[in-house]
Design a protein. Sequence first.
Length: 365
Amino acid sequence: GDVLYDNGGTTPSITASSVKIVAAAAAMQALGPNFRISTKVVYSPSKPDTIVLVGGGDPTLTRLATGSSVYAGAARLSDLAQQVNDWATSMGTTEIKHIVVDSSLITGSTWEASWPVAERTGGYQPMITSLMVDGDRANPKAAVSARSTDPTGRASREFKKALGVIAANADISAGIAAGGATKIAEVKSAKLPTLINYMISASDNTIAEYLARHVAISQGLPSNLESIQTGYQKALSTMGLDWTGVVIKDGSGESKNDLIPPSFYNNLMAKILAGDANLQSVVKGFPIAGKSGTLAGRFGGENSVARGHIFAKTGSIYRAYALVGYMDAKDGSRLAFAIQAAGAATSPNTKLAIDNLATAIFNCE
């Protein structure tokens, strides 16, 4: 708990993707390690030729019938479709004429106003809707792949295709599942620790946005952008964190309006590392200096002495860079740290400057 060095530690600053640490901790506290995201199909006996696909906010749901998308252990649309076909056989239903898509779970804007449109077209962020497949990627197997302007539409069409002959002539429309409708099919995502691990290690913006929404839902809040920070604060309320100056506008950290003081991160890291095994699982996906994730290509040259000893989440958006995590220092100390740099003077070279500073801390200089 001792502060060894502080330069502007209480000054809120842009942290970019480092904010995913907050998303991960809040999700683990609010949702628990066994949490999985469900996608369902329901129907009403009064309309036997109509099924309702209910989006549950699982961005990892894949349209691939075999093989793996970028998301390990993802639920498959083909499995959901097979369950529907099995149900139809058991009911003697020979044709599905209408597919209704319920995407009402997530509300509000599908795109944060400060996100550059290039994040979607360039393949880093989808529009946030209750139903999508493969993070709305054009290529399910490519982490960076262009996203569409209609994630729900893409997923709906893929579902109809997966259903096959029985739904060949079905129309697709938007709607809401009737209260008391009967569930006829369901698939679930991988468990939360798996989702968090990939989100942190690959800095996946998509999972981060959806975990933020699910945290809000768990706290009885609307599942929109405006509820994210309140959801986090409620989920982490037992940690005694000081939220003074903290502003969180999204789950991914892509917003230039996300502001967090370094001291907040250090206190959060201390709570995570001192917490139970479930909370500590948050750091399992942390990139390792010179070894893995978004730090695999960093900490070369004189900084290579710190390779394998620094575990941290990177952050990088236009004119803002950060590195937040912990290290096993040269003298055996375990140190939490947060290094943040933002403003007109920053450039891609700022990442090297951050690495230089982190290595100096590692060397106890």
